[in-house]
Design a protein around this ligand. Structure first.
Ligand SMILES: [Zn+2]
Length: 124
C-alpha cells in the first residue's frame, strides 16, 4: 500500500492512496484503518483502529497490510506557504475565468431571446 501525504502549514492532507488489496480498501472505507484522521494523531501514519465502543477507540500504527502482508510506504510532500498562496491564486483565476464565461453566455442568451422575440413579432 502506498500513501502520499501532503504536509501543509496548517493541516496535513492525504493526497493519494494506492491500495495493495481489496480487503485493505474495504477496511479503509469501513474506517477500521485510517490515515492520520484521528484528532490526537500527528497525521503521518497508517493506523488500525480498535473500537471498544462507538465513542471510544484505540489506534495502533501499522507498517504492513494485515490482510496481504504488503509493506506500507508513506511518501510525505512538504507544501510551503508560498505554494499554498500560488494554489489559491490559481483557484481564484480559474473562478474568475468561469464567471467571465457565465457572463458571456448570459449576454449571448439575451441576444438570442431578443432575436426570438423579434421573430415572434414578425410572425404574428
Ligand atoms: Zn493488502
Amino acid at each position: 500500500m502506498k500513501v502520499t501525504i501532503e504536509i501543509r502549514p496548517n493541516s496535513d492532507r492525504v493526497k493519494d492512496i494506492e491500495f495493495c488489496c481489496d480487503a485493505m480498501k474495504r477496511a479503509r472505507n469501513d474506517k477500521f484503518v485510517g490515515i492520520g484522521d484521528h484528532e490526537y494523531h500527528d497525521g503521518n501514519t497508517v493506523n488500525i483502529y480498535d473500537y471498544v465502543h462507538e465513542e471510544y477507540w484505540d489506534e495502533r500504527e501499522i507498517f504492513y497490510c494485515p490482510f496481504c502482508g504488503t509493506k506500507i510506504e508513506i511518501t510525505k510532500i512538504v507544501i510551503s506557504k508560498e505554494q499554498i498562496q500560488e494554489e489559491k491564486k490559481r483557484i481564484q483565476e480559474r473562478k474568475n475565468s468561469i464567471l467571465r464565461d457565465i457572463e458571456n453566455k448570459k449576454a449571448e442568451l439575451k441576444r438570442v431571446k431578443e432575436l426570438e422575440e423579434e421573430e415572434n413579432k414578425n410572425g404574428t
